[in-house]
Design a protein around this ligand. Structure first.
Ligand code: ADP
Ligand code: ZN
Length: 211
């Protein structure tokens, strides 16, 4: 199964990607995580991406298309994959089509802007492994500590309120048109994001399984 997860920043794509990764035993590929890793290890790509990410802007298409091209060639992608945060622009979607990748489903997780702004202020990520948490909705067992690896939980720079607003407007302008793009291909399935993460998980799994 080859899946794309669409949705505004903070709609919960990452969490749903993890759900699907466990349920379907296929890798979840996050361009955001890859870029943050590149940034942390100080590669040229990371340095190039940093100013865009900190400002809440999209990293140039050629950079993320390069990441995906390379990643999809790896062995573990043979039986399928989940793309979390790619494509985010029409040219990125066209590049994926041009690679000959046959996407089965596009799951769009819908959450209203005001809810996203409220949610993002509580979001924390693990400095070490990138796992995400929420101070209200998805608490770690121990405050400030990652359940998975014991790493420290921090707020991403791009989760600050002003940056969140910038990211939302970028989403509406550049990413939302992908809904029509995939609707036309008959692949779009809409999931209404719920207060309770477990409810959204059920709906996501149903959207993948249903014909
Ligand atoms: P979120 O889904 O919460 O916005 P991500 O972790 O997916 O966060 O992405 C963080 C940042 O990385 C984005 O704001 C953007 O700057 C960059 N990025 C990630 N994926 C892409 C992409 N497909 N195209 C362009 N920029 C991207
Ligand atoms: Zn961790």
């Amino acid at each position: 199964m080859k899946l794309i997860l669409l949705g505004a920043p903070g709609a919960g794509k990452g969490t749903q990607a993890e759900t699907l990764c466990n349920a379907l035993s296929i890798p979840a590929i996050s361009t955001g995580n890859t870029l943050r890793e590149a940034l942390k290890s100080g590669t040229e790509m990371g340095l190039r991406a940093k100013s865009y990410m900190d400002a809440g802007k999209l990293v140039p298409d050629d950079v993320v298309i390069g990441i995906i091209k390379e990643r999809l060639q790896q062995d573990d992608c043979k039986n399928g994959f989940i793309l979390d945060g790619f494509p985010r622009t029409i040219p990125q979607a066209e590049a994926l089509d041009a690679m000959g990748v046959q996407i089965d489903r596009v799951i769009d997780i819908e959450v209203a802007d005001d809810k996203i702004i409220a949610r993002m202020s509580g979001r924390r990520v693990c400095e070490a492994c990138g796992a995400s948490y929420h101070m209200e909705y998805l608490k770690p067992a121990k405050d400030g500590v990652c359940d998975k690896c014991g790493g420290a939980l921090v707020q991403r720079k791009d989760d600050h309120p002003d940056t969140v607003k910038a990211r939302l407007s970028v989403y509406h302008e550049q990413t939302e048109p992908l809904k029509a793009y995939y609707e036309k291909q008959g692949k779009l399935r809409i999931v209404e994001g719920q207060e309770d993460v477990a409810d959204t998980k059920r709906l996501t799994l149903a959207a993948v399984e249903a014909e």
